[in-house]
Design a binder for this molecule. Structure first.
Ligand code: GLY
Length: 426
């Protein structure tokens, strides 16, 4: 089959890498891709959010399967538009992507279906929101979330009433998140250990992928601003073992797929559950309707099967299939970020060291890279994802960090403590 991957980050590079290695795949396309992806796929110069152009090019090239990376085209109805053209798409329809597209929908959905999450309240107007946060019934911290898609930036953890009222004003008066912040969710802060559980879903059944753990803070020790993710590792089985994963399937993933189907929002694609393991049990922090980034760069390399066949089966209505075959190895992904990230980063910084010979147990996934003549340069905040593989987490980490020491660009920063978050649970 000919496959199109939509997106151009590290997650999409990992998907392209996996699909390009599949015997069932003839050609891999990627839109828009990046300077690393273009070595493994034919890149189309179409932005990931241009649904009209993506549909037209997909039909024109007779693509058999589309795999969508980011949430924006899903929330804009890309899967529905492809279905109308008879093209198989792995990813949810617009009315199911609302699970990520509206935080208020997600919280109210969880309340309707007894899926564990923290207490919350939804606000459409400024004054009631300000009055509420002035005297939070749950104490502090509280979390103020923009309802809509805000490129991973719409969540503010507020330690006291002043911070919370500043966050409410910023969203509702100054519109720092644009339309996404016109409605807000205020929720009780969850204390515990965070894990990611992604499941592939066929509308009826959820099949979990290996548990992973992301590292969202910019700096070591979980210090600094929140980012899209500075690194991930898998499996995080010392944080959540097989029995724990089975419990998440029963308490969170399957009830979500069932509830969405019962509400006429059949969910096909990846259900990403960000979970907090609290002293009172597991609670859902967030749902996403797509693969996680950088979790995907740690999870996909552990597959021991033809993932293209699996995704194609789901997209064509043949169901999730039997148990997924995993290798018994470990993977650790470290994100190399540009100076200033997660704030504004300069573009066009020359990247050195990528042509050096590399061990088979190191995978370099490009995230924000471009080519200027013969020179690879940075093209955004999260520049590269370096995944190390090994027979233990320690070996995977030492392979990843060993490779990183040969790579560089001005102001490059990364966390040196990836894979160490779950240790308090050991
Ligand atoms: N790593 C977090 C996310 O993909 O949303």
């Amino acid at each position: 089959m000919d496959v199109l991957v939509v997106g151009g980050g590290g997650r999409e590079h990992a998907l392209v890498w996996s699909l390009a290695n599949s015997e069932s795949v003839n050609a891999v396309y990627c839109a828009p891709g990046n300077a690393g992806i273009e070595l493994q796929a034919q890149c189309w110069n179409i932005p990931a959010d241009n649904v009209d152009m993506l549909v037209a090019a997909t039909v024109d090239r007779n693509v058999d399967l589309v795999v969508v990376g980011p949430e924006v085209p899903l929330a804009a109805g890309l899967a529905d538009r492809l279905a109308a053209e008879g093209v198989a798409c792995f990813g949810p329809s617009e009315n199911a992507a609302i699970l990520e597209g509206s935080k208020a929908f997600a919280k109210e959905f969880m309340a309707r279906h007894d899926i564990p999450t923290s207490a919350f309240k939804v606000f459409d107007e400024l004054n009631p929101a300000l009055n509420f946060v002035a005297d939070s019934p749950w104490g502090y911290p509280v979390v103020v979330k923009a309802d809509g898609l805000a490129a991973g930036k719409g969540v503010v953890i507020c330690n006291d009433p002043d911070e919370a009222s500043a966050a409410v004003r910023a969203a509702m008066m100054e519109q720092v998140f644009g339309e996404a912040g016109e409605r807000l969710v205020v929720e009780a802060f969850m204390h515990g250990i965070e894990v990611t559980c992604m499941a592939i879903c066929d509308g009826e059944k959820a099949l979990p992928l290996v548990i992973s753990q992301d590292h969202k803070a910019a700096f070591d020790g979980d210090e600094g601003p929140n980012t899209g993710g500075m690194g991930a590792y898998a499996p995080a089985s010392h944080v959540l073992d097989e029995a724990g994963t089975e419990r998440i399937l029963k308490e969170v993933l399957q009830p979500t797929v069932d509830g969405m189907a019962a509400e006429g929002r059949t969910f096909q694609g990846v259900l990403y559950a960000g979970l907090m393991l609290t002293d009172e049990g597991t609670q859902v922090l967030e749902f996403n309707c797509r693969f996680g980034d950088p979790e995907t760069q740690a999870v996909i390399p552990l597959l021991n099967e033809d993932f293209a066949l699996r995704l194609n089966g789901i997209a064509n209505g043949d169901g999730v299939g039997g148990p997924i075959r995993w290798s018994d190895r470990h993977a650790a992904c470290v994100v190399l970020a540009a100076p200033g990230y997660p704030g504004k980063s300069p573009l066009g910084l020359p990247i050195h060291g990528l042509a050096e010979p590399r061990d088979d147990d190191v995978l370099v996934f490009h995230a924000a890279t471009a080519r200027e003549g013969d020179q690879l340069v940075t093209n955004g905040g999260r520049v590269l994802s370096i995944t190390g593989l090994g027979d233990s987490l320690d070996t995977a980490l030492s392979n990843a960090y060993g490779a990183i020491h040969k790579i560089g660009f001005d102001g490059m920063h990364y966390r040196s403590d990836i894979g160490r978050r779950g240790e308090d649970k050991q």
